[in-house]
Unconditional design. Sequence first.
Length: 101
Amino acid sequence: MSPSAAVTVHVPSPLRRYSDGAAELTVDARDLRAALDEIQRRHPDLYGSVCDETGALRRHVNVFVNSGNVKDGKGLDTPLAPGDAVMILPAVSGGSACRST
């Protein structure tokens, strides 16, 4: 088993109300699942915005470790190393009022 690693979780503006206003959180975790478990303990409402009631990532949320989308790889089992950056990116819905003139 690998030791825990200090990683930075970047919280986007729309979700900062669930992290006491913090733009970044530091967690010790060896994989994404452990990082999210720590977020659940410290900021349960933030966790609820990222994961559903089964613990799976919500469909409308993308999570990146460094530059890779975890949905394209090992998902919650994505390993983390010291200094890694985890970015939470909720989907933006709505449309623009673009028109051709």
